[in-house]
Design a protein around this ligand. Structure first.
Ligand code: MV4
Length: 454
């Protein structure tokens, strides 16, 4: 087992990883920018190293500085968290070359899944259902037009180097295809330096269902059920829940088994999330994330499994500490992402937290690294905490979430808490009837109704 883990991240996820390390008796190294000197993960780590000025490119994305911090402290492993370098294949390779373990999958698997065309080809080869579309990339508009004629309009033109909603263009008719293709090509070249494109049938009203998996890096994989992440705004998840209100036990074990077997035969190591669109009872693979995700506590709440603990054990060569038959799903969990943003305009709202009182009680978890008097720096993303609530069923979970949101006090900055107080009593949300477009439609409707934002 590792003696000392360097946590190459900040905020709530750095604290989350630190907690798992401490429970495993592993020493911790926090790295931080000059803007995060007073951060909680720095205070709670056994050691800390300042790795640069506030901009992420000079600190949390600065591979030589992080490597130097490993050398100085003698860390024998790095946990990347999510975001930053968590899906950077070169970072994984450089660490391995310096005999420092990367707590995550191999650089090869990071690379494959980072190329959405390769990811889709791999998924299809492993028997995972995919969205109908081009077999690999499309070289030009003529090829795109041919595929669109085969699968039928509307189609989506996607960038191979894209993901998370970046580099996608819809073509609803043949007339729209030339512009959509040219725009997608130009944006992919500008955003990613890679203009490889592929075409898919556009699914109009899907849900976004992701399956949590663990692979032991040898030949076995397990699935830990699904999370419904359909409530999103501009490709930013807002509210995630498990189990999905629209997935039944048969569908769960069917798709879960396919994905677990695929992860095993791939020889995948560590935690991963296989993303699907779900429409008319069918699953369609869109992407695989090779990192721990923000919303992992939803899965932890319903399975009782500590995913960071499992990541560390797998990276240390100890495999997965249980078999598929030991995985059980208890109750229902919902996560609300608390952002330092105006709840109507979603404009960032950094600043000093005057009063901070998180909710508590049975089935309530708050993952956050903020505290009373903490000054939220303006340099990083706006997530300041996650409220995760668990109940024996969705009804109890929703009631508990409503109570927890009423208790939550964060003064001095604006947050998205009021948005969740509205969602938790909305009849369509209470009924679990929403798709990936629901939130943006609701938010734009409230703009229209009031003639102002929110
Ligand atoms: C799609 C789609 C509809 N049809 N692919 C958005 C980000 C990336 N995960 C893939 N995305 C989508 N791919 C086909 N063939 C709709 C989306 C999409 C979406 C997906 C999941 C959650 C929210 C979304 C918001 C807009 C579009």
């Amino acid at each position: 087992m590792f003696g000392k883990i360097l946590i190459a991240n900040r905020g709530e996820i750095a604290l989350r990883v630190l907690r798992a390390c401490k429970e495993l008796g592993i020493a911790t190294v926090a790295v931080h920018s000059t803007a995060d000197e007073d951060a909680m993960h720095v205070r709670l780590a056994d050691e800390s190293v300042c790795i640069g000025p506030p901009p992420a490119r000079d600190s949390y994305l600065n591979i030589p500085q992080i490597l130097a911090a490993c050398e100085i402290t003698g860390a024998d492993a790095v946990h990347p968290g999510y975001g930053f370098l968590s899906e950077n294949a070169r970072f994984a390779e450089i660490l391995e070359a310096h005999k420092v373990a990367f707590i995550g999958p191999s650089a090869e698997h990071i690379r494959i899944m980072g190329d959405k065309i390769e990811a889709k080809k791999t998924a299809e080869r492993l028997g995972i259902p995919i969205v109908p579309g081009s077999d690999g990339g499309v070289a030009n508009e003529i090829a795109a037009r041919k595929i669109a004629a085969e699968v039928g309009y509307p189609v989506l033109i996607k960038a191979a180097a894209g993901g998370g909603g970046k580099g996608m263009k819809v073509a609803r008719t043949p007339d729209e295809l030339p512009d959509a293709f040219a725009t997608a090509r130009a944006e992919a070249r500008a955003s990613f330096g890679d203009d490889a494109l592929y075409v898919e049938k556009y699914l109009g009203k899907p849900r976004h269902i992701e399956i949590q998996v663990l692979g032991d890096g040898k030949n076995s994989g397990v699935h830990l059920g699904e999370r419904d992440c359909s409530l999103q705004r501009r490709h930013q998840k807002v509210w995630e829940e498990g189990p999905s209100p629209v997935i039944d036990e048969e569908a769960r074990s069917r798709i879960g088994g396919v994905v677990a077997d695929a992860v095993g035969s791939l020889g995948y190591s560590g935690a991963g999330t296989v993303e699907f669109l779900f429409e008319n009872g069918e699953f369609y693979f869109i992407e695989m994330n090779t990192r721990l995700q923000v919303e992992h506590p939803v899965t932890e709440a319903i399975t009782g499994i500590d995913l960071v603990n499992e990541q560390i054990r797998i990276a240390a060569g100890r495999g997965i500490s249980f078999g598929q038959d030991a995985v059980t799903f208890e109750g229902h969990a919902i996560e609300c992402r608390i952002n330092a943003e105006d709840p109507r305009t979603f404009a960032a709202s950094p600043g000093r937290i005057a009063n901070y009182h998180p909710p508590g009680g049975l089935g309530v978890r708050v993952d956050s690294a903020v505290y009373q008097g903490y000054r939220i720096p303006p340099f990083y993303d706006s997530l300041i905490g996650k409220l995760i609530v668990h109940g024996r069923d969705r009804t109890e979970c929703m009631m508990r979430l409503r109570r927890a949101l009423d208790e939550f006090v964060i003064d001095g900055i604006r947050t998205t808490i009021p948005l969740f107080r509205d969602l938790v009593v909305d009849e369509e949300i209470v009924a679990g009837q929403y798709d990936i477009h629901w939130l943006e439609k609701r938010l734009s409707a409230s703009v229209d109704a009031h003639g102002r934002t929110g």
